[in-house]
Ligand binder design. Structure first.
Ligand code: NAP
Length: 308
């Protein structure tokens, strides 16, 4: 079995080590030392350009090295090649950590205290219990559900909104476009964990912000194009929204002159909420390869018609 890894270079060595140790029967190649491309049977990549795939006629499966799949041009991937996204504990744990940190920082007014310290102001703010705040998650997929489960342990009131109705203990569930408004009406903190599709592009916009309680906060850990930037700036400047924590922007990196850099109510991180961890991802990928060899169903296959 011949595999080509063509993704995050700094972590390539860890992937290669894992395969050398646990699957010596597999010829695991790391880009650019790909050897003959027409020998490659499985491709692990962030992006799979048309020309590259055309040079690899034997490829049976395309494994995306990330959880999101919007960066892949489906039309460049022949229909008989399944596209598999990365669902692995390292990505899930990273996202749960990041969102917990962001929600708790908002809940405990950490951003206000950063400003207060700069102004040498000693001013204790009220500390409402977690049960006084409602946190809403858009997208109750692998990551959204893991985040909701962890937030439940702090005692927040929880809501989730999803395409199809998903029931979770302790979470008020909403589904579909018609239930978006009632979902939003109760969210003090809104978290976007949607995949980027034509249906979700630009969903974080003026109309959506208007449906949130006044002073709500936004955490976007989905994708930059979910957000209409100018609508967010207006909502923050008018006080409709209190703060935004953005891990993703459009484009990435964000242009140096973009107003998010200097806006006092925007906290930015450079798409680091969670990352594929070779130590936890390689065993999952190996299991998927073995499944494919045995003719079993692959885990994490993308539904091309839905776009995620
Ligand atoms: P997932 O398991 O595929 O879940 C996606 C969820 O979104 C599903 O529950 C789906 O509903 C729901 N959904 C899709 N379209 C919708 C729509 N139009 N309206 C309402 N709900 C909709 O994906 P995941 O693993 O949780 O990942 C979610 C996203 O997180 C990724 O696509 C990526 O963009 C982002 N991400 C960001 C980072 C980062 O570092 N910032 C890292 C990893 C992932 P159904 O249940 O009905 O299908």
């Amino acid at each position: 079995m011949r595999i080509l890894y063509r993704s995050d270079a700094p972590r390539a060595a860890a992937w290669a080590r894992y395969f050398a140790e646990h699957a010596p029967d597999i010829d695991f190649r790391v880009w650019p030392d790909a050897g003959k491309l027409d020998e490659i049977e499985y491709l692990i990549a962030w992006q799979a350009p048309r020309e590259l795939l055309a040079a690899m006629p034997r490829v049976k499966v395309l494994f995306s090295s990330g959880a999101g799949i919007d960066h892949v041009d489906f039309s460049a991937v022949p229909a008989h090649i399944p596209i598999v996204r990365m669902v692995e504990p390292g990505i899930i744990n990273g996202m749960v950590e990041y969102v917990s940190l962001a929600v708790l920082a908002l809940h405990r007014d950490f951003f206000d205290y950063v400003a207060a310290k700069a102004a040498r102001t000693w001013n204790a703010l009220e500390v409402p219990p977690a049960s006084a705040r409602t946190i809403g998650v858009m997208g109750m997929g692998v990551l959204g559900r893991a985040v909701l489960e962890r937030l439940a342990t702090y005692g927040f009131r929880l809501r989730g909104w999803n395409r199809s109705l998903r029931h979770m203990k302790g979470v008020e569930s909403f589904a579909g476009a018609e239930q978006l408004q009632p979902f939003l009406e109760g969210c003090d903190v809104l978290i976007c964990l949607l995949p980027l599709t034509p249906a979700t592009k630009g969903i974080l916009n003026r109309e959506l912000f208007a449906a949130l309680p006044s002073g709500a906060a936004l955490i976007n850990v989905g994708r930059g194009p979910h957000l209409v930037d100018t609508d967010l700036i207006d909502a923050l400047d008018s006080g409709r929204l209190s703060r935004a924590i953005l891990d993703v922007t459009d484009p990435e990196p964000l242009a140096p002159e973009h107003p998010f850099w200097t806006h006092p109510r925007v906290f930015l991180t450079p798409h680091v909420a969670s990352m594929t961890q070779p130590e936890t991802a390689a065993p999952i990928l190996l299991e998927n390869l073995r499944r494919h060899q045995r003719g079993e169903q692959l885990l994490g296959v993308v539904d091309r018609s839905r776009g995620y």
